[in-house]
Design a protein around this ligand. Structure first.
Ligand code: 13P
Ligand code: SF4
Length: 305
């Protein structure tokens, strides 16, 4: 059954000159049919630089919007139009405009997990893999407004020592994971290293051995001599970790690390998307032009290390 769906997907992909991009949090099945998988920065770069006419984005709305802004001449499809990101919805453009009025001299850095409208009134965009580098690239002494993730923001503030004004947004999937669950897994597997995403709350960030974006986790595990890892981020990444490191063992830090929005994309929906050209995500030119400036800065700043 799935085989025939995959065959159909491949046939239409060829006919329409389409590529499938998938985030590391997608189901194993989706990651396996994708032409390219990656973290938010890697996917943004791929969306900006490929020769396809159609991009099927297996991720959430802000990712498809980012692809549309960076590649305005391509058709960008999101197979489930309800796949959003609750953290991205935690700040609106009017709320950011009000904050900017309060700190008129501040530079605005927005996490890529934000709406196109918020990006359009920001100076820089960043992802979790280059947030520290983006903030460090800003002229010393400037006040910086960082939205919407308070956890990533606090991590960047700690790493850079810069003057950051934080917004109280958070990712529900990471924020509600409990330190007790992580400690419990560590008790069961004392030799395992804890890899956590900077979207995790402070207690988990402090308890972790290393803080990394999802793309950085994949590279870290490949190069590490350790054999066991506790993964404190969305469980989708464990599929690729296992595939790339057959001898190593991975434990989810908590069974709660599931993003319901990322899991809305199925291979059936990918097929429908390709068959019927849906759902087209097109950021209006006027917003896209403004947001592109902040996004181009983001894709241009390489993460260190
Ligand atoms: P990265 O894959 O860039 O680490 O982002 C994590 C995330 O929460 C995306 O929604
Ligand atoms: Fe948004 Fe969190 Fe899901 Fe990422 S994991 S899409 S930040 S809700």
């Amino acid at each position: 059954m799935n085989e025939s769906i995959i065959e159909k997907i491949n046939t239409i992909k060829k006919k329409k000159n389409a590529i499938i991009l998938a985030h590391n949090y997608q189901t194993g099945e989706i990651q396996d049919i994708a032409d390219f998988t990656g973290d938010s920065l890697e996917l943004s770069r791929k969306a900006a630089d490929n020769s396809a006419d159609v991009i099927v984005f297996c991720g959430v709305l802000f990712m498809a919007e980012t692809a549309s802004i960076l590649s305005p001449n391509k058709t960008v499809l999101l197979p489930d139009k309800t796949a959003g990101c609750p953290m991205a919805d935690m700040i609106t453009a009017p709320q950011l405009a009000e904050l900017k009025q309060k700190y008129p001299d501040a530079v605005v850095v927005c996490y890529v997990n934000s709406s196109a409208q918020v990006k359009a009134i920001s100076d820089y965009c960043c992802t979790s893999s280059n947030a520290v580098d983006v903030v460090n690239s800003i002229e010393a002494g400037r006040k910086i407004i960082f939205v919407p993730d308070k956890n990533l923001g606090q991590y960047v503030k700690d790493r850079t020592g810069r003057d950051l004004v934080l917004w109280p947004g958070y990712c529900p999937t990471h924020h509600f994971a409990t330190i007790d669950a992580v400690k419990e897994i560590k008790n069961q597997h004392p030799d395992a290293m804890i890899l956590a995403h900077p979207e995790c709350p402070k207690e988990i960030r402090d308890f972790a051995d290393v803080l990394l974006s999802t793309g950085q986790m994949l590279k870290y595990v490949k190069n590490s001599a350790s054999q066991e890892f506790i993964i404190a981020t969305e469980i989708g990444i464990i599929h690729t970790l296992k595939k790339q490191n057959p001898g190593k063992i991975f434990y989810p830090a908590s069974e709660k690390f599931i993003c319901p929005n990322m899991k809305k994309i199925t291979i059936e929906k990918v097929l429908f998307a390709l068959e019927d050209n849906k759902f087209v995500i097109k950021v209006p030119d006027e917003i896209a032009e403004k947001a592109r400036k902040a996004l181009e800065r983001m894709v241009g700043i390489l993460p260190k290390g």
